[in-house]
Design a protein around this ligand. Structure first.
Ligand code: SOE
Length: 382
């Protein structure tokens, strides 16, 4: 008999759907001894929460997250709301002794993030931040190849996350669909929303980032606020480019923008080592490209690995179909949950924990400070 874990999903938008889908799928594909039970879906609007609960199979819907935190029957709180609510909800959940899965970025800023880390560590509750791209099999395979030393010494890490959905000046800020453009709800723009993913993956694969030098730009300076109808200054970064140094001596080069016409979610990275290079592209997420200088000269070049082998060669793939058949974006959330539940079962921490995500928050803060002050900024190690 599997242990049942009663789950409250807070937030019924895009991320609420990705997480709920994972809760529904995980026990069918992964043999963990814990099974999530969809107990309550919560949103500010109680009717919206109830409609979401009905559609996705929760026992009930609720318009009051504080009441949900106080319920004895809830084991795990899954926070899928705008960034400005993460800290308050996570700290309340920790104080109520709940396990917590929290959407990225961890917090609005480092100070908030520290309070969240203190809260979960003091309460001793299981905690994980949803940097889901780590768990795309091709990305996990890249990490394994690096750890096995197959690339040798790493010289360069470069990553981009490009989108084009905010170019029109007619797109509002704030509200349910466009809160990511409102600094009061999001904290920052592409730095916290998109580069945080790249930074998390990069530090996981290549170790700590120690210094950064950045520039940011806000191309559209004013937007109508969806809640008030008032035109207000835009406080987020629309684009951010930064250089950095990693502790292992390698150089980093990161770029993100929502003004790259033609790109929807073009997250790519390339890592150059002394023996080999690898590169990955979210638009083709089941492939990892590999170029090995040790290959015979006449066949040396880039090869494209179809990361779908199910015999244990490729991470996570033995849980899905048969070799050659792809999975996608949604499954990265299933993998994340399977790893989290497995860690809970074993009483071990799961990464990225709140503490791991705080380090990403510190890099984001250093990047924003560097851009504001036009200078290199060190990233504190603690
Ligand atoms: C923004 O458009 C966004 O949805 C991010 O918030 C997600 O974290 C990213 O995975 C895709 O893009």
């Amino acid at each position: 008999m599997k242990r049942k874990l009663k789950v409250a999903v807070i937030g019924c938008g895009f991320m609420g759907r990705t997480h709920t889908n994972a809760h529904r799928q995980v026990a069918n594909f992964f043999d963990v001894g814990i099974e999530p039970v969809l107990e309550v879906a919560c949103a500010t609007d109680a009717d919206r929460a109830q409609a979401f609960a009905d559609k996705w199979g929760f026992t009930s819907g609720s318009g009051d997250w504080r009441e949900v935190m106080g319920r004895d029957d809830i084991d795990l709180v899954d926070i899928c709301v705008p960034n400005n609510l993460h800290a308050e909800m996570a700290i309340a959940a920790a104080e109520a002794g709940k396990m917590i899965l929290c959407e990225k970025p961890l917090a609005m800023d480092v100070a908030e993030g520290r309070k969240m880390v203190d809260a979960v560590e003091k309460a001793g509750v299981a905690n994980l931040v949803s940097f889901n791209y780590r768990r795309v099999p091709a990305v996990t395979l890249a990490k394994q190849l690096i750890d096995q030393g197959k690339l040798g010494k790493i010289f360069h890490y470069r990553a981009q996350f490009l989108q084009d959905w905010t170019i029109s000046t007619e797109v509002p800020q704030g509200g349910t669909a466009t809160w990511r453009l409102d600094s009061a709800a999001a904290g920052s723009g592409v730095t916290g929303d998109l580069l945080a993913h790249c930074i998390d993956t990069a530090m996981w694969q290549n170790g700590p980032i120690t210094r950064a030098n950045a520039m940011t730009e806000t191309f559209v300076k004013e937007r109508v606020h969806a809640d008030t109808g008032e035109t207000q200054p835009v406080g987020i970064d629309d684009a951010c480019t930064f250089f950095c140094r990693f502790e292992n001596g390698s150089l980093g080069n990161f770029e993100s923008t929502r003004y790259a016409r033609g790109h929807k979610a073009k997250y790519t990275f390339e890592i150059n080592g002394e023996h080999a290079s690898i590169r990955w592209d979210l638009h083709d997420l089941h492939r990892l490209e590999w170029s090995d200088h040790r290959d015979d000269e006449e066949v040396r070049g880039w090869r494209s690995i179809h990361v779908t082998d199910a015999g244990g060669e490729h991470p996570y793939m033995d849980h899905w179909w048969v070799p050659g058949l792809q999975i996608g974006y949604a499954e990265s959330f299933v993998h994340q949950l399977a790893d989290f539940l497995g860690a809970i079962e074993e009483g071990k921490p799961c990464s990225p924990s709140f503490r791991d995500a705080l380090q990403t928050q510190k890099v984001c803060a250093a990047v924003l400070e560097s851009a504001a002050e036009d200078r290199w900024v060190d990233v504190p190690a603690d």
